[in-house]
Design a protein around this ligand. Structure first.
Ligand code: ATP
Ligand code: MG
Length: 561
């Protein structure tokens, strides 16, 4: 993990971008910082985007400035209104607010067209008839300079006329493009006459059929920043080589402000993928149940899984911002989630893989209520009543017929504590025809109510349980890494690295009654098992719970780390 700094969420954050912002404010270059988060509405946001969101909105908040939400909607073929709504919801849920500052690159189409015409008039842009393949061929390589298009020296008037006719729809898709006239021999390929406009006949979610030419990212982005008065345009490292072009446009156009671009290392997380193209494929090919499948690294998937927004923000703050792309271990993220849930989640009891336990000396038909604390570290969380009776469910693996020495849970003749309840001792097991244990026959000591023996005798194990007559039944969905390999696709096709065991469904688990009205998406700790929350699929008569994260890092243990 080479992306770690000393940042902690509880202290003031510091990194090279924040230092730059502070310097620009101190020197008076800017009186107020303005940043933006510029998603392309062609997919749902993922945890990598969350890093960019925390950085842009975080800086604006820390320095008393503002952060814009700008949809970079310049490619109508791939963009969709559902993505726009999902992105807005996710940014809000992460805890950020753009206030009045919601923008769309498409709001600037007319201005961008005007600026493209300005470049043409200045002899700095031309209409090119070469095909996309020819343009690529003429562009040259890292070692070979490009060669000029035969259309490069068209006169401004001819270019203006052709560009207007491109807009008017006189030419087929792909027949012509508008290119900037920069430098075909530049060592930076981005400066070899980049394309500014393409002909694309696709209805736009916002501008409808008004346009059949659309600006490229490179032409739209910096100019949108300038229009909005962005001071620090913060993006990921892959745009570093585009910065000279970003600056070229700002220098060559009568823009109202002079934004500067800064790049930081993108977040990569182990055992998952953060490429939108791949995430789209996972959804459309049905490898997951949707964008918000709790195994997905999307903000909506994490929310559904029960990950608190604060844990995501804290995770990102702990990583810090550096100038290098790093691969962060999934276990590091999961540990941050555990830290948060350990503090915030109420404790409950549930039995995931049940076996019946019958207390032979407990009167038939009788039941009682026991007090259980809701959070051992927080008295203000109070207590609740747990129903107890003759028949209980306990976890199948809390019993062993031939236990090893250090097994302190249920075994024949071994006394254990039922959490918050009584000491019990197992005397006998009942098995089915196949030899599976179906019932544990026990006795209890009525003197140990609440979990302590008046004679001071100790037991070494405490196990959780639920009352069979009072329990609610639930489906519980356990999640594991979506990809078995830490870096999917490193050794073979990335889809072959999908983890076939990423989802396992327990059809019949038993929950204490208080869990019937658990709030969707708000995790509780199932004692000794992990953190779980009700899924949106859950209904009062058909409860469904998701495991947010286990109590400890079982993956690292399984891998022998
Ligand atoms: P793609 O994966 O298709 O290239 P994208 O992830 O760049 O798309 P955008 O909608 O353009 O998608 O991203 C919006 C912003 O989020 C950009 O400024 C981008 O730099 C930033 N961003 C995207 N992925 C990450 C990441 N993994 N870590 C940090 N920032 C990211
Ligand atoms: Mg992008």
């Amino acid at each position: 993990m080479n992306d770690l700094t000393d940042n902690h969420a509880d202290g003031a954050l510091t990194d090279f971008i924040r230092e730059r912002v502070r310097a620009d404010l101190d020197s008076g270059l800017h009186s107020r910082v303005v940043t933006r988060f510029p998603p392309e509405p062609n997919g749902f946001l993922h945890i990598g985007h969350a890093k960019s969101i925390c950085l842009n909105f975080g800086i604006a908040a820390e320095f008393g400035g503002q952060c814009h939400l700008r949809f970079d909607d310049t490619n109508p073929a791939k963009e969709d209104e559902t993505y726009i709504r999902a992105i807005e919801k996710d940014v809000r849920w992460l805890g950020f607010d753009w206030g009045e500052n919601l923008f769309h690159a498409s709001d600037y189409f007319e201005q961008l067209y005007e600026w493209a015409s300005h470049l043409i008039r200045e002899g700095k842009a031309y209409v090119d008839d070469l095909s996309a393949d020819e343009i690529r061929e003429y562009r040259g390589t890292l070692t070979e300079p490009g060669k000029p298009s035969p259309y490069r020296d068209r006169a401004p008037d001819e270019n203006l006329d052709l560009f207007a006719r491109m807009r008017a729809g006189e030419f087929a898709d792909g027949a012509k493009v508008l290119r900037a006239k920069v430098d075909m021999a530049s060592g930076n390929i981005n400066l070899r006459d980049p394309v500014l406009y393409r002909i694309v006949r696709a209805p736009h979610p916002r501008t409808g059929d008004t346009w059949c030419i659309y600006p490229t990212y490179d032409f739209a982005h910096g100019q949108s920043d300038a229009i909005e008065g962005i001071t620090h345009s913060i993006c990921t490292l892959e745009f570093e080589d585009h910065r000279p072009l970003y600056d070229w446009f700002i220098e060559n156009l009568p823009v109202p402000s002079r934004p500067r671009q800064y790049e930081f290392g993108r977040l990569n997380l182990g055992h998952t993928v953060l490429s939108k193209r791949r995430l789209i494929q996972l959804v459309t090919d049905g490898h997951v149940a949707g964008w918000d499948d709790p195994r997905m690294p999307t903000v909506s998937g994490l929310r559904r899984r029960g990950v608190p927004a604060a844990a995501i923000r804290d995770f990102i703050a702990r990583l810090g911002v550096t100038k290098a792309d790093g691969l962060v271990e999934m276990s590091y993220f999961e540990n941050t989630i555990r830290d948060h849930l350990n503090t915030s989640a109420l404790r409950r009891m549930a039995v995931l893989d049940p076996v019946k336990l019958v207390i032979e000396n407990y009167p038939e038909g009788q039941s009682e209520e026991l007090d259980a604390v809701n959070h051992p570290g927080d008295e203000t969380a109070g207590t609740r009543k747990l129903p107890f009776g003759r028949e209980l469910y306990v976890e199948r693996d809390d019993f062993m017929e031939d236990p090893p020495k250090k097994f302190h849970r249920l075994a024949i003749g071994q006394e254990v504590r039922l959490r918050f309840a009584y000491f019990v001792t197992c005397h006998d097991v009942i098995k089915d025809a196949d030899g599976n244990v179906v019932e544990l026959r026990c006795t209890y000591d009525p003197e140990t109510r609440g979990g302590d023996a008046p004679d001071g005798r100790k037991v070494r194990g405490t196990i959780h349980w639920v009352s069979a007559t009072h329990a609610a039944t639930a489906e519980v969905r356990l999640y594991d890494h979506l990809f078995a390999e830490e870096e999917p696709g490193k050794e073979r096709d990335w889809l072959d690295d999908l983890n076939p065991a990423s989802l396992s469904v327990l059809e019949t688990s038993y929950l204490e009654p208080a869990l019937t009205d658990a709030e969707t998406g708000v995790p509780v700790q199932f004692e000794r098992l992990g953190y779980f929350c009700a899924d949106p699929d859950s209904a009062p008569d058909a409860l469904v719970f998701n495991r947010t994260v286990g109590l400890r890092d079982s993956w690292a243990k399984a891998k022998g780390r």
